[in-house]
Design a protein around this ligand. Structure first.
Ligand code: ADP
Ligand code: MG
Length: 625
């Protein structure tokens, strides 16, 4: 790790992925309007209603993945480096953005049962725990949360009580967080997969129409990785990486869809979080905006760091290839193109306050001390600790020879208790046999001994509980090679490495190609000396043609932007009209059915809490006297 930059400015990585034509699209005979140039990292989109001479529009991204791309291609080339960074203590975010049905969920989750089709989330699980199992002299704590934002309400998908709505809070030190969000410490892939499945089940159970629901809600799977390691200064340091895996709501415009008949629960069909995301991105890349409207939605507040802040971020823009999704695909490409210009400032989160890992370590030390006081930790352990301390100086939590210790622990407890019990039984027998005692006295003494045996049993139970707790806590701190073992063989490891090298090489090649293309355009303008008039005409004609094409593209772009602007404005007007109508209804009810003095009382007590974006009641002031 030495020598790697620990902070700096870097752009959002944006990649595009196009799914294959679906059977339905093929049957309906839709044309293909998308072309992907994987080598160059470009997507071209052709307007199916194009006027003659209208050229396709081309967008360049960090990488593009066509219909034949494998899940592993995307992971190895684009996502793997990000997860590696998270394991080093950076924050990381992956967004999947695109129209419903273009492969966001396929990209993020994929098909679990088939290893080839596993998406980013399950691949990240494997990656994280394999990395830990191969680590040395590091201690890890991994935990996961799963939440959903639906109609601007946050739902904890892992909580028992699903009716509870969670609130966003802000901490001046650590930023925005969700109060009371549950999280589970996971020790291996199986456990974290279980957490994921639990949340996915909750998600589908809570909705009557899963398709509609998932297309309107944002799902965020959150993994926090804490790692402690002794630094070059001999001190122990903790780094914390947070990973957000985000399956966004469908980006399509909603006004055409939606249930008919019943009055919508939302005042507007606009997905506030999604439009706020767009606004935040626009403001970030605008250059003139001083205000970035993070606070306009739950999603943008929660992921503030991922957009222009302390995180490394990837956006996967998913696309459908067929002509019927032209408008949506173009709008997705535009969105992604804008996001490319966001600059983040990621840094390693070192030694933040209040890490769970530290809490665990302290608790383990405390439990250990308690067990030692009860004489429950063996001599072996003490000897091995002393040896270690002598070797590396003071203070680190000792994990040498852990297996021995745990066996030792049980043995010691057993021996101790057996001895004590035997001693008490012997004493009991001695009392029985002692003929010098009066029977009353004997009875009393025997009862005393009985009580002592009973106390001993209780003590044993308490110690056992303590030992169980101690073991459970210690097992949650993961140590490579010991608590978590890598089962891949050398050959597989080599293969893995090769795959990663190839991915890296592909990435570099593409970057070079893109750079060459840029330079080509620049040099064309510089070549100003000509050997003959003929040549000059030729070159200038070529240049003119190229510039003319560019001009046409820019003109088309302006027209498209204008059209989109009008669409968005219409949406907003529609939303405003609906809200006004809603407001009128509420006024009607208030004015006609609530006595004015009651209304005034209520109004006087209400205030707006900006932090929680809620109206609240002031507490009733107790009347004096
Ligand atoms: P979204 O989550 O964006 O609404 P889905 O992930 O549910 O879209 O994908 C819609 C359908 O397309 C699913 O049946 C999925 O299996 C299929 N699909 C999406 N992307 C791909 C891909 N890259 N390769 C093969 N099938 C895909
Ligand atoms: Mg989906």
């Amino acid at each position: 790790m030495a020598g790697k930059p620990r902070s700096g400015c870097e752009a959002l990585r944006v990649v595009a992925r196009c799914r294959p034509m679906s059977r339905r699209e093929e049957a309906a005979g839709y044309e293909r309007v998308l072309e992907l140039d994987v080598k160059l990292g470009q997507v071209s989109i052709r307007n199916p209603r194009a006027a003659p001479g209208e050229l396709p529009k081309t967008f360049t991204f960090d990488a593009v993945y066509d219909a034949s791309s494998k899940q592993a291609d995307l992971y190895d080339e684009t996502v793997r480096p990000l997860i590696d960074s998270v394991l080093q203590g950076f924050n990381g975010t992956v967004f999947a953005y695109g129209q419903t049905g273009t492969g966001k969920t396929y990209t993020m989750q994929g098909a679990w049962a088939e290893p080839e089709k596993r998406g980013i989330i399950p691949s990240a699980f494997e990656h994280i725990f394999t990395h830990i199992s191969r680590s040395q002299n590091q201690q890890y704590l991994v935990r996961a949360s799963y939440l959903e934002i639906y109609q601007e309400e946050i739902r904890d998908l892992l909580a028992k009580d699903q009716s509870k709505k969670l609130e966003l809070k802000e901490n001046p030190e650590t930023g925005v967080y969700i109060k009371d969000l549950s999280s589970f410490v996971t020790k291996n892939v199986k456990e974290i997969e279980h957490v994921m499945n639990l949340g996915s089940q909750t998600r589908s159970v809570g909705s009557t129409n899963m398709n509609e629901h998932s297309s309107r809600s944002h799902a965020i799977f959150l993994i926090t990785i804490e790692c402690s390691e002794t630094g070059p200064d001999g001190e122990e340091h903790i780094r914390v990486g947070k990973l957000n895996l985000v399956d966004l709501a469908g980006s399509e415009r909603q006004s055409k869809m939606g249930a008919q008949g019943e009055r919508p629960k939302e005042a507007s069909k606009i997905n506030l979080s999604l439009s706020a995301l767009g606004n935040v991105i626009s403001a970030l890349v605008d250059g003139r905006s001083t205000h970035i409207p993070y606070r306009d939605s739950k999603l943008t507040r929660l992921l503030q760091d991922s957009l222009g802040g302390n995180a490394k971020t990837i956006m996967v823009a998913t696309l459908g290839p067929a002509s019927h999704s032209y408008d949506e695909s173009l709008s997705t490409l535009r969105f992604a193109n804008r996001a490319k210009n966001i600059k983040n400032k990621p840094r390693v989160n070192e030694d933040p306050k209040d890490t769970l890992l530290r809490e665990f370590q302290e608790e383990i030390v405390r439990l250990k001390a308690q067990l030692e006081k009860r004489g429950m930790l063996g001599k072996k352990r003490r000897r091995s600790s002393r040896r270690k301390k002598a070797m590396d100086g003071e203070g680190t939590v000792d994990n040498e020879g852990e297996d021995e210790n745990e066996d030792g622990l049980e043995k010691n407890m057993e021996n101790y208790l057996k001895e004590q019990k035997e001693r008490l039984e012997e004493e009991k027998a001695a009392i029985q046999d002692d003929h010098s005692l009066v029977s009353e006295e004997k009875q009393k003494l025997l009862q005393e001994k009985e009580k002592m045996i009973e106390d001993l049993r209780k003590e044993q139970e308490a110690t056992e509980l303590l030992a169980i707790k101690y073991k459970a806590m210690e097992s949650k701190l993961l140590i490579g090679g010991r608590t978590i073992v890598d089962h891949t063989n050398e050959q597989q490891k080599m293969l893995e490495l090769r795959r990663q090298e190839i991915a890296e090489q592909k990435r570099r090649e593409r970057e070079m190609q893109q750079e060459m293309l840029l330079r080509d355009e620049e040099t064309m303008e510089l070549r100003e000396t000509y050997t003959s008039l003929q040549q000059e005409v030729e070159i200038k004609t070529k240049k003119l043609k190229k510039l003319y094409a560019k001009l046409q593209a820019v003109k088309a772009e302006i027209q498209d932007q204008h059209d989109e602007y009008i669409r968005v404005r219409q949406d907003l007007e529609e939303a405003q009209n609906e809200q006004t109508r809603e407001l009128k209804l509420k006024y009607l009810i208030i004015e006609n059915f609530i006595p004015p003095e009651e209304k005034n009382k209520i109004m006087n007590r209400l205030y707006f809490d900006g932090d929680e974006d809620q109206w609240k009641f002031q507490p009733l002031v107790p009347t004096e006297g």
